[in-house]
Design a protein around this ligand. Sequence first.
Ligand code: ADP
Ligand code: MG
Length: 382
Amino acid sequence: MSAVIKDAAQAKTLVSLRNLNKHYGDFAAVDNIDLEIQDGEFLTFLGSSGSGKSTTLSMLAGFETPSSGEILVNGQSLVNVPPHKRDIGMVFQRYSLFPHLSVRDNIAFPLAIRKRSAAERDKQVDAMLKLVQLDKFAHRRPAQLSGGQQQRVAIARALVYEPRILLMDEPLGALDKKLREDLQDELRQLHRRLGITIVYVTHDQEEAMRLSQRIAIFSHGKIVGLGTGYDLYQNPPNAFVASFLGNSNFLRVQAQGNGVASFEGQAVAMRLTPGLAKGQDALLMVRPEKALALSREQAALEPLPAGWNEVTAKVGEVLFLGESQTCSVITTGGTAMTVKALSAAGMSMKPGDEVKVRWAVADACVYSEWQESDLSKAAGAH
Ligand code: ADP
Ligand code: MG
């Protein structure tokens, strides 16, 4: 408890986006965003292509002008401050290095245009080369480097004038998976060492989870979820976030009052949900790894624990995925569900088997409002 209070006291807002909008004609690319970014945090904008992430970042960088709203840094409005006076560094997906300049001169470029002395320039560039572990490549041209090395040059160039805030728009998107993971680890360490504020854009949820202290989930120009990866995954604020992050089972139920609902005509228990009226439609969301599938024999041996639900289903497909296994089932009433378990736990069912699917009431989120499009994966895109 005391740790929570301490964190809250230390958290200081660095950037505020207030009622921020960007319209192209009558299309809202960014639709009334409100966001407070804490000093020193690693915050990621996560969303499908076209959801407004880059436009929001570009307004923060100063490359786009808001249609309306405010951007404040330390309480001061940035809207009329040109990009190079914003104390903000930026790294894009395409490295955008100068091909005719050496690594050293690429990194020195922001200091040259800021007219810093040669001595200061050399000192800063040396420090940056060391930071991104490119000391041995200082004299090479970008074309003589791998993609990952080029992106490290771009990061060094963005950091060399010690901006308070670093913006990164899908900086690892062009790299293959292994290299991307290595650079993710480097970025996390860099952030920890420098203590700067990083705002990062990606459409890759695993990348967002690996890197960020908080994630803002974008859909149709709005932020529809904001929190740690853990909280957004374990307790999604709405059905869209539940379906967008990871996999979900959605069960359509009708509230019966007092923590009871009817699912396919059968009573199931659910979390008490304020504001949910008797007879109202609701959605239960259970993560596949929180559901269990038991054979009829197992179910007979293991009585249903208190606070759990059980429904009958038929196995469709069992997939072995290495570390884990999934089993897709159809309930008696025709609802498709997926159950996931670690392979070590062993799932012995076969297609066609009858199983009992169980989940704990505490593990099922309840939503009283949603749109059908929220429940499909691609819903964030235009
Ligand atoms: P993201 O980075 O999340 O993929 P963007 O912020 O780039 O999305 O774009 C959000 C939406 O705004 C998209 O539908 C895109 O087509 C539209 N958009 C972006 N820039 C312009 C522009 N200059 N003119 C018209 N529409 C634009
Ligand atoms: Mg983008």
